[in-house]
Write a protein that binds this ligand. Structure first.
Ligand code: NAP
Length: 183
């Protein structure tokens, strides 16, 4: 159970053992490498119910647009990009472009009533962490070594301490850890 309180920037993501969130080809098949006969969502819907909006990088947005399934989010999506000039027509009712300094973006979204933000995408999470703007990290570790690809973490200017809120073993194979920033 992850009860989310007001004004938080939360990462909810899956990584390989070696810390990648996509393989060298951008592939995500490995996310589904553990048999899941009951089709558990591992708490994703419950987590989504507690957030007000998503902030994701352009690469992640384009990946999700390319999925062969219905749009997976029932909350507004804000797409970080300095190159896109507009959201593709089919997605204009689902997503909005944002750019600029992250504290200002967050501040604007908070003032619009979007207080709990789900932050998604490798470079995006790295940028938020560099500015120490992440409150919660919920990371599910999949037992595979990808050997290369898109990293979740990058170098940071200083240490950041986190406390463990919860830890779950999923299907006897994956570990979902919820960490909270200690400030
Ligand atoms: N394993 C998982 O759970 C999981 C979750 C999410 C994503 N993924 C995968 O991971 C990969 C993520 O790609 P990615 O690491 O390139 O990152 P990303 O964060 O999705 O996208 C990065 C892009 O966001 C834009 N951007 C604008 N302002 C930014 C800022 N302040 N900080 C960071 N980005 C900013 C830039 O786009 P412009 O060039 O347009 O300016 C930048 O190139 C994708 O393949 C995705 O499918 C996996």
């Amino acid at each position: 159970m992850h009860r989310v309180t007001a004004m938080k920037n939360i990462v909810y993501i899956a990584t390989s053992l070696d810390g990648y969130i996509a393989d060298r080809d951008g592939g995500l098949d490995w996310l589904h490498s553990i048999p899941n006969p009951d089709h558990s969502d591992f708490g994703w819907a419950e987590f989504m119910a507690g957030v007000d909006a998503l902030v994701m990088g352009r690469t992640t947005f384009e990946t999700v647009c390319g999925f062969d399934c219905d749009w997976p989010y029932n909350k507004p999506v804000f797409v970080l990009s300095n190159t896109l000039t507009e959201i593709p027509e089919n997605y204009q009712d689902k997503a909005e472009l944002v750019s600029g300094a992250l504290p200002e973006i967050i501040n604007t979204l908070n003032k619009r009533g979007f207080e709990n933000l789900y932050i998604d995408g490798g470079k995006t999470v790295q940028s938020f962490l560099t500015e120490d703007l992440i409150d919660d990290l919920i990371i599910t570790q999949i037992p595979v070594l990808l050997g290369g690809g898109s990293r979740l973490f990058s170098d940071l200017p200083a240490h950041q301490a986190y406390e463990l809120v919860n830890s779950e073993v999923l299907l006897g194979a994956m570990i979902k850890n919820h960490y909270r920033r200690v400030r």
